[in-house]
Design a protein around this ligand. Structure first.
Ligand code: HEC
Length: 198
C-alpha cells in the first residue's frame, strides 16, 4: 500500500504537467549563453553617442558580391596592373609625398624588416636564425620591378613569402611598395646613381 502511494506520487510528479499549458517560460536548468542581451531593430542604445542601436555602415562598406573585381581601377589598386602590365603609376587618390613614404617606412619596419632587414638586403633576424633568405632588393631583377609588382607580391605572396593581404590594408601595401622603391634607389650602386638612379 505504501509503495503504491509513493509510486503514484512519483508518477504524478513526473507526468503531472502533461497536457496542461502555461504562459510561463519553461524551466531552464542550465541557461549557458541562451539568454543574452541584444539590440532589437530601431532600439536606442545608450552606449553610442548618437544613441542609435542600429549602427550606420562605415564609409567604405562594400555590399558582399557587389565588388566589380575586374574593373580596371580595382585591378590597378589590388593587383598593381594597368592594361595587364605591372605599373609604376599610383592608383587614383594616392599621391607620392613625404607622408606616404613615412607611412611606408613605418609599416616596413613592422612587417618586412624581420626578414628583409632595414636595408632591404635580405639578411634580417629571421634569416640569421635560419629562415629562408630573400634576395636583396638591390638585385637588378628586383630593381626592375614596377611598384605595382611589389604590391602584387604583397597581395599574393611569392614562393617562400606569405601573402600580406589579410594583415596590411591595400593603401598601406602601396605605401610600403613606394618605400621599397626608395630603398632601392638609395641602395643603388654608385654607377647606377650616376645614370640617374633606377
Ligand atoms: C618571414 C619572412 C618575410 C617577411 C616578413 C617578408 N618577406 Fe618578402 N620575401 C621573403 C622571402 C623568403 C622571399 C623570397 C621568396 C622566394 O622567391 O622564394 C621574399 C621575397 C620578396 C620580394 C621579391 C618577390 C619576387 O618576385 O621575387 C619582395 C618584393 C618582397 N619579398 C617584399 C616584402 C615586403 C614589402 C615585406 C613586408 C610587407 C616582406 N617582403 C615581408 C620573406 C619575407
Amino acid at each position: 500500500m505504501r509503495t503504491k502511494l509513493i509510486m503514484a506520487a512519483a508518477a504524478s510528479a513526473l507526468l503531472g504537467c502533461r497536457g496542461t499549458t502555461s504562459e510561463k517560460p519553461p524551466v531552464h536548468l542550465n541557461p549557458n549563453m541562451d539568454f543574452q542581451w541584444r539590440v532589437d531593430r530601431q532600439e536606442p542604445n545608450e552606449f553610442f553617442k548618437d544613441k542609435r542601436g542600429m549602427r550606420p555602415l562605415g564609409a567604405e562598406t562594400v555590399v558582399h558580391g557587389s565588388l566589380a573585381a575586374d574593373e580596371p581601377s580595382h585591378v590597378h589598386l589590388h593587383e598593381g596592373l594597368v592594361d595587364g602590365k605591372f605599373t609604376d603609376a599610383l592608383p587614383a587618390g594616392m599621391t607620392l609625398d613625404a607622408a606616404m613614404l613615412e607611412r611606408g617606412h613605418d609599416r616596413f619596419q613592422i612587417y618586412c624588416v624581420p626578414c628583409h632587414n632595414g636595408s632591404g638586403r635580405g639578411d634580417g633576424i629571421v634569416v640569421r636564425r635560419g629562415g629562408p633568405a630573400p634576395q636583396s632588393y638591390m638585385e637588378p631583377r628586383l630593381r626592375a620591378y614596377p611598384i605595382g609588382r611589389i604590391v602584387n607580391v604583397l597581395r599574393h605572396g611569392k614562393n617562400n613569402m606569405a601573402s600580406y593581404a589579410d594583415q596590411i590594408p591595400v593603401a598601406d601595401r602601396w605605401a610600403i611598395a613606394t618605400y621599397v622603391r626608395a630603398l632601392q634607389i638609395a641602395g643603388a650602386p654608385s654607377d647606377d646613381l650616376a645614370k640617374g638612379g633606377n
